[in-house]
Design a protein around this ligand. Sequence first.
Ligand code: NAD
Length: 335
Amino acid sequence: MSKTRITVIPGDGIGPSIIDSAIQILQHAGCDFDYDYADAGLVALEKHGELLPQATLDLIERNKVSLKGPLTTPVGGGFTSINVSLRKKFNLYANVRPVISFNGTKSRYENIDIITVRENTEGMYSGAGQKRSDDNNSAEAMSIITREGAERIATFAFELAKNEGRKKVTVVHKANILKSTSGLFLEVARQVAARYPEIQCEEMIVDAACMNLVMYPERFDVMVTTNLFGDILSDLCAGLVGGLGMAPGANIGSGAAIFEAVHGSAPDIAGKNIANPTSVILASVQMLEYLGMQEKAERILGAVRATIEAGEHVTRDLGGSASTDEFTQAVIARL
Ligand code: NAD
């Protein structure tokens, strides 16, 4: 049988170093993949004159599974976000962002275990918008919600809850004000929830959800929401478990999946060998689960957990002084 081929996009800033860490760990855990490396982001602009070369798109399409570092989209100059383009191009409609507490992190809570399921292709990130006057004093952006898009993301969230034995799905919305868009999302989510009587469905307005997440995070299990709210809430959740260095994300569609860290390219710490690679290592754990390689996923998760709990080789964001390489080697030693 031929080996599974993974498209690896190291990306910009801290991307190459944290992706290298994740690949070393996958190899030491005995994952027998073939890797095809591809460029995207600033590094691709410099090498190939475009942010998202066709060769990269072809590899994502061919291998179906990708592990990706963060990408820098240049500000201004008419560049659309590369991440938004990738999500749309491959119809990666579900963005699954789990956060779990690890002993040894300096976070305010213990025992957090929340999955945010964010709609990834519609809402305020539909890309439709324009200036309303030539003097640049007025602008508008269009939020698009479709019944089909709301139905498939709500179904994804309830199926995930069912398959993972979770008890509750919280639908986060702003239907009291955004009556047409958020209202449609909520209406469809209620219809989907009715098909899963064994799972509790809770509805929460996004502002109340922010406060409740900070005060009572243990009340949350799975959250499902629209694109912009999901983007913001998942960073809030990362803050509950020790910061962006701890937060992975999976972009899943019907034909392809891209696994990545939630955070960006962190230009302020790039090239210093101090970034925390945990986020992208946990993204590779999500990738293994997606590929049905549960045992390997648990082995890597266990090694990361033990390394952070021991506390001797953790990076600065977790209160230690280890480099990215030292943390990686400590995880490998525990595999
Ligand atoms: P960022 O997430 O890159 O950084 C925010 C802060 O968190 C910084 O202080 C950074 O040092 C810290 N941080 C992030 N990841 C860390 C890690 N692994 N270990 C330790 N500290 C870490 O956000 P930003 O600075 O606003 O964005 C930088 C660039 O990244 C922008 O060009 C943005 O468009 C891009 N971006 C890309 C993605 C993606 O590719 N998925 C996501 C978000 C932002």
